[in-house]
Design a protein around this ligand. Structure first.
Ligand code: SF4
Length: 341
């Protein structure tokens, strides 16, 4: 199976300080990701602030070059693309950012963000064809063109502005949309609607979706498979039902146990063992990054970084609690998930 978008053992390090006191902080370490060509898939990437989510998005968009590893689109290294290949990439890989307001120019009507890609990519032969294209895109995501077009950004709600961004991304009929915290600045009541719009678009136009979020609830709602990031490393990856209903890595258990549940009889995790939370240690350790927060820590956890252990057909966990399971290479599990039907 060929990959549409793939990260192979990607590491990104940021430096700070002067020439002689330079400190290097890894934002991402050895992260792999595999989005197949078809059929479409929806992958959630979950992690708290500082987990490396934003760096991952910027690497996948080619805004940053990895220090190690490579990011490939249709088998071509993003950093070595020709001008034409890059143009194709820019059209086929669209992004929706967290704060739609930043994308709008307050002096232009919202029409501007929709007409710009139509003009830039020559999507219509006439003004009326462009108008029809834009109206169709708005209607697909449940916005009425007559109530949306002709208005300024401040005249629309945050939810409407973000849905226009979804419509804008869909205009180009991309192969994949990277949605970076698309609902985190939207009222809770509208989150489900926007996510449903994204899911519908994904199915209607056969587009894959990479949904990046700190919110496990919405990731569960929309994703087929999930990647859990902690301090720049993938700690658990697998089928979303397996990971959320029976989380295995102590950090994933902590995330799942933290989800507010309205129905006291309903539980997200079968095993929601509370995990003691201490402040993240600033000490560098050679072993597991979660060791200072983990109530199950063993001596080996401080000595060597845990590899991935494959605990189910479609799940791997970076934790010595599962050392009886087979060790699996990071990219192998990603590929297995990518090939899952
Ligand atoms: Fe905890 Fe050790 Fe597993 Fe890390 S490897 S999560 S410290 S048990």
């Amino acid at each position: 199976m060929t990959a549409l978008l793939e990260a192979r053992n990607v590491t990104k390090v940021f430096g700070s300080g002067g020439l002689f006191k330079r400190q290097e902080t890894p934002a991402l370490e050895n992260v792999s990701l595999f989005i197949r060509e078809s059929p479409l898939s929806i992958t959630g990437v979950v992690g708290e602030s500082g987990s490396g989510k934003t760096t991952l998005v910027r690497l996948l968009l080619g805004f940053l070059a990895p220090a190690e590893g490579e990011v490939l689109y249709k088998g071509r290294d993003l950093q070595k693309m020709s001008r034409d290949e890059r143009l194709e990439f820019r059209r086929e890989v669209q992004v929706i950012f967290q704060d739609p307001f930043e994308v709008y120019n307050p002096f232009y009507k919202v029409d501007h963000v929709l007409t710009t890609p139509v003009t830039k990519f020559h999507l219509a032969r006439s003004k009326s064809e462009a108008r029809k294209l834009i109206e169709d895109a708005l209607e697909v995501i449940g916005l009425r063109p007559e109530e949306t077009l002709g208005r300024y950004p401040h005249q629309l709600s945050g939810g409407q502005r973000q849905r226009i961004m979804v419509a804008r991304a869909s205009l180009l009929r991309p192969r994949i949309i990277l949605a970076d915290e698309p609902v985190s600045m939207v009222d809770a009541s509208l989150r489900a609607t926007i996510l449903e719009s994204l899911r519908k678009l994904s199915q209607k136009f056969d587009m894959s979706l990479l949904y990046i979020t700190h919110d496990l609830t919405t990731a569960y709602q929309i994703s087929d498979s999930i990647i859990v990031l902690y301090q720049g490393s993938v700690v658990e990856v697998g089928d979303v039902e397996l990971v959320i209903k029976n989380p295995q890595h102590p950090y994933t258990r902590l995330l799942v146990a933290s989800i507010p549940v309205s129905d006291p009889d309903r539980s997200w995790g079968q095993d929601s063992t509370p995990v003691l939370v201490s402040k993240t240690s600033t000490k560098l350790n050679r072993g597991c990054k979660f060791v200072d927060r983990c109530p199950f820590a063993m001596s080996i956890c401080r000595e060597n970084p845990p590899p991935f252990f494959q605990t189910d057909g479609y799940r791997a966990v970076r934790c010595y609690l599962y050392k009886e399971a087979s060790v699996i290479a990071d990219e192998t599990m990603e590929k297995a998930l990518g090939q899952k039907g």
